[in-house]
Design a binder for this molecule. Structure first.
Ligand code: SME
Length: 162
């Protein structure tokens, strides 16, 4: 394997995600292991865009508790309750949540005080149940929009294909 981690900064968002998705497919071709995939997806997104924190919270107890999974960045909170913070809201409601300003999100959980905006996307497994959420935090306000949401929702669809 000779792949590197492409730097996607400076590319228009659309172009960046086309490259990112192609890279994920290439690096993970033939790999069907949730942890290996989550670790690789986190690394490629995180270093590609230069985000503050990128990673997965996995469902530890359905409907109750998320536990930190593979991630890149500074120390993440270990546990998040369904309904708590942005991750817990996305998990409880099984929908993506885009937060342009974390200070304006009631109950936002601060793991790193530098976080200004974030996006959380639910991850569904092959049986159709929620298995995790993908959480990305940025040091800039307003980093994420519908284009990010759509691309990230597409990227995590691989976890439903088994
Ligand atoms: N921002 C998240 C907490 C997790 S960390 O930032 C890594 C939230 O409010 O759900």
């Amino acid at each position: 394997m000779a792949e590197t981690t492409p730097d996607l900064r400076g590319l228009p968002k659309h172009r960046a995600y086309v490259e990112l998705e192609a890279n994920i497919e290439a690096v993970l071709a033939g790999v069907r292991d949730e942890i290996a995939e989550m670790a690789t997806v986190s690394a490629l997104i995180h270093h590609g865009f230069g985000h503050l924190w990128t990673g997965f919270y996995r469902v530890a107890e359905p409907g109750k508790r998320l536990l930190v999974g593979p991630y890149q960045g500074t120390l993440g909170c270990l546990e998040i309750t369904f309904g708590g913070g942005v991750c817990g809201t996305a998990a409880a409601e099984a929908r993506s949540v885009v937060v342009p300003d974390v200070d304006a999100f009631p109950g936002h959980i601060t793991c790193d005080a530098r976080a200004r905006s974030e996006i959380v996307v639910p991850v569904t497994g092959p049986a159709g149940a929620l298995i995790a959420v993908l959480d990305i935090d940025s040091e800039e306000a307003g980093t994420f929009d519908d284009e990010d949401r759509e691309a990230l929702e597409r990227i995590v669809q691989r976890f439903a294909r088994r």
